[in-house]
Design a protein around this ligand. Sequence first.
Ligand code: HEM
Length: 553
Amino acid sequence: MYVGNNIYYRKWRRILSYWERVNIPGPTPVPLYGNVLALSLNPRPYLELKWYKKYGRIYGVYIYGKPSLRVAEPALIKQILVKNFTSFKNREAPSWNATLMSKMLIRAPYEDWRRIRVIAGPAFTGGKLKHLYPLVDQCCRDLVNRLDSRVAANGSPVALRPLISEYIMSALGQCAFSTKVNTDPTHLFTTEPEGYVSVPLWNVFVTNVLPACLVDNPVANSLAKWWHSDYLYHRVFTTRLMADRRCDDADKRHDFLQFLMKGSHRSASAAHPDVTGITDEEIFAQCFLFFIAGYDPTANTVSHALHELALNPDIQDRLREETAINGYRDRNYERLSQLPLLDAVVSETLRKYPPLVRVEREAVEDVVLTDDTQGLSVKVEKGVVIEVPVYAIHHDLDHYPDPFAFKPDRFLPQNRHHIKPYTYLPFGDGPRNCIGMRFGLLMTKLALDYTAMLYVNHNSGNSSEKRTSGQPTCNCPFSMEKLHCIQVQWSSKTKATPLSPANIAAAFILALIAVGYIDESMTRRLRTPLTRSLSSSTTSLLPAPPIRQLPVV
Ligand code: HEM
């Protein structure tokens, strides 16, 4: 017993002294979990900011037993994301096999990623978005109509977030499939992508803590497939659309699905001799990702922008003026890029509330990062995951004076040059940055442009900011009212999330297990059910896909 104890603790002491040995500071880890407990049980952005303030711009943490480096030094960020991209061309690979996620751009290994990105990338150019603009515009008009009827119906504060979510989901549906999708928040079309990204704590607990033999066996796997068969709904939906379109050679749609389908028969070009095609499974993975990656960040950005505008009526007035001067009746794609204050409001929202609090890369070889101006040199070993703590950088006083204030003027053309390179990263940077950036900005700006012109936005007094373990999420209701009818009530206080009883119980159990004798490989080998691969043979178990309504283009 004594010898076992000794070996166990010596092994963990060695694993968890990696950063100490290379002289990089960081928070104290615990055996088996490293710093995962702290990261799981605290709101991520605030914890990252706390560590950043305490340990500086370069510090090390442990994800279970794996070292992970946080880098917030702008010169080094440039090397990781742009200059040395070939050494940091991957995100961390999923620790499970052949899952849907490993086929998605966001997680695909470099060779697959590059092929898919070359095919999918052109779908998001300015020229292509011009074709999609009328579809997004129509969704915005629908949003305004819904708002109108809610405001007229009761005159009391309107819960805006569900309406925004519906707007984003319908815009994504239109642009991905040229189809009016069912945007009811309880409908599978919406709940599947949401469920894919938000994992309940009990699920994290079960999948990360139970021994692998209990989770990774045929019975548990089929149970998990059944449990997660829900996102197969999207699979059936996409597969049927693809089948329909293959029967119709004259299909001239400009949507995302059509773009990828054109890529499936692609032959190598001089520019990309190794890029030849995309499989149906990969097409489905990208279409599903379109909803996962596009929905939450964009809906959050619109919500946070409206939240800030309500708190800052002077900025709201200036925005309305700008919109009026620039002919809001003649809205079109080009006009949106000619509204500097609107652009500044969106940029400042993304600075203050970056939807992704970190950007991640994995070192595929040993690399030394250097910054001669500061005499900095950091050796990164192959396999180490690097995270750029975007939220913390955006709230660094050295980069943004008064970082918790909402000051869009920082981003006006005449001030923009004060922003230091690689300190503003809401969409990441480099070849693997956000592919949907322009599209996300289009949806956000159009929604603000419409609502700013038609409504005065106030806080209803019971609006709060809900902090999740991932990122702050704005939990409206806002009071949105027609311009002629104004009611002002805002509480500027945001609630910090107390640890819930469930979180405390889970922390307690996790801590008990952490001091036990479970081997690290048991937790690392586990596959979370949400990422299990789905075999197409199970699609027959699904309910029929929804009836398509109103094909648009
Ligand atoms: C305001 C809205 C959005 C924000 C703030 C945002 C932010 C980000 C960030 C930070 C990344 C990681 C970039 C990096 O690692 O350098 C990313 C990646 C990605 N985003 Fe977005 N995103 C938004 C909207 C969208 C939309 C609308 C779509 C698609 C419709 C989308 C699709 C993707 C995809 C596919 C990736 C992975 C790219 C790759 O690895 O090649 N995003 N996004």
